[in-house]
Design a protein around this ligand. Structure first.
Ligand code: FES
Ligand SMILES: [Fe+2]
Length: 392
């Protein structure tokens, strides 16, 4: 089945759920231990078994489009530097000077062919090679090859730069993304325009991620923002390995799809139905023609905290100053919705779970995507090479 045919089929299912007031659902409910959101030992295992081993989104290609562009950031508290080299390829390395450990570049974007350390002015190429030791005669002998920046495995695919935080742990990004890559490639994200980033602080990363996987909360938690656009508690799930495409029918789905031939339904995303794509373990993408939001959830220093970067891109750059101002306003609005509504609730949930009131939380049959997500986390933490991965 071609891509648009598959999407058309999902649109049809969403319409059917709307017409029958049903939703995609699991066979039973699922209980998850409340401690999965609060226990420091469990949290450490999630970081070491999942976040330190898997390819993670480090940047969108659109953030560093030109040779010399770079992005300095922190992922799980580790300072990293992602660069676009002169041959157009990307490099990722620890943003740490190999003289005495100074952070080389402050967080942010820029363009530089070489980086000079602010402490004693050693210089590095944007491929991480040590170019120059300051005042080498007085410094004395140093093996330059051994003092290059620490490289991290990196790959670019689907308009995203992927990095593994463990040096030497190489990955096959096509294999990792599987069918999710088709979605990204259909959009051609690498050619899009980077608009900006907003940062918010929230609860345990899984509480935050849970929110992207169900529309059960739309009516109660987003009465004036999302619910006017989308039905509450009607979802469609497709999985590609641990990644998911979650369909949310819009309240106008009948009229929108009724107005076009059935063969075209698959090409009408955002006109009758929307999708949230989740890329395990910590990314969710909401494509919308006005502005696309890529949420990057980064576990914080404690189980009860996460740092979320909302990265915004659009197909076309702003047309003029007015359009640019409108984009700024939209980024703030989307940040406020996630912060005030989702993370507002999420921080209360965190408090609730830390109170010890519950042994477990329960996900209903309707919260099927959450079942799959939690089953996947548990499967990875068991790390049993003979065990088959969970199925949706
Ligand atoms: S720590 Fe970077 S040059 Fe000394
Ligand atoms: Fe939400």
């Amino acid at each position: 089945m071609g891509y648009h045919e598959t999407i058309g089929h999902e649109a049809e299912k969403m319409l059917e759920y709307v017409e029958t007031d049903t939703t995609d659902s699991a066979a039973t409910s699922l209980e998850v231990a409340a401690s999965a959101y609060t226990d420091p030992a469990y949290f450490e295992r999630e970081k070491s078994e999942i976040f330190m081993k898997m390819p993670l989104l480090a940047a969108l290609s659109a953030e560093i489009p030109q040779p010399g562009d770079y992005k300095a950031m922190e992922l799980l508290g580790k300072p990293i530097l992602i660069t676009r080299k002169s041959d157009g390829g990307v490099s990722a390395m620890l943003n740490v000077c190999t003289h005495r450990g100074m952070i080389l570049r402050p967080e942010g974007h820029g363009n530089a062919r070489r980086f000079s350390c602010p402490y004693h002015a050693w210089t590095f190429g944007n491929d991480g090679k040590l170019i120059g030791v300051a005042e080498p005669k007085k410094f004395g002998p140093v093996c330059k090859e051994e003092r290059n920046l620490t490289q991290l495995p990196a790959a670019e695919a689907g308009g995203i730069v992927w990095v593994c935080l463990t040096p030497g742990m190489n990955f096959d990004i096509r294999k990792h993304l599987g069918g999710m890559l088709d979605d990204l490639e259909v959009y051609g994200l690498d050619k899009w325009h980077y608009c900006g980033t907003r940062r918010i602080y929230g609860p345990n990363w899984k509480i935050a991620y849970d929110g992207y996987l169900e529309g059960y909360h739309f009516a109660a938690a987003h009465p004036t923002t999302i619910h006017p656009r989308s039905f509450s508690n009607i979802m469609h799930f497709t999985a590609f390995g641990p990644h998911m495409r979650v369909g949310y029918p819009q309240v106008k789905i009948r009229e929108a799809l009724g107005a076009i031939p059935r063969e075209q339904w698959g090409a009408h995303e955002n006109q009758g139905y929307d999708f949230v794509r989740t890329i395990f373990p910590n990314v969710s993408i909401f494509f919308a023609p006005e502005l696309t939001q890529v949420a990057q959830l980064i576990p914080g220093d404690t189980p009860g905290t996460n740092i979320t970067n909302l990265i915004f891109i659009r197909k076309a750059p702003p047309r003029d100053a007015e359009d640019a101002a409108a984009i700024e306003g939209m980024m703030d609005w989307l940040r406020d919705v996630v912060n005030d509504e989702d993370y507002g609730v999420g921080l209360q949930v965190q408090k609730g779970l830390e109170s010890g009131a519950l042994k477990t939380v329960i996900f209903g049959r309707n919260e099927r995507g959450n079942h799959y997500f939690h089953n996947y986390v548990d499967y990875l933490l068991r790390a049993d090479p003979n065990e088959e991965p969970p199925q949706l």
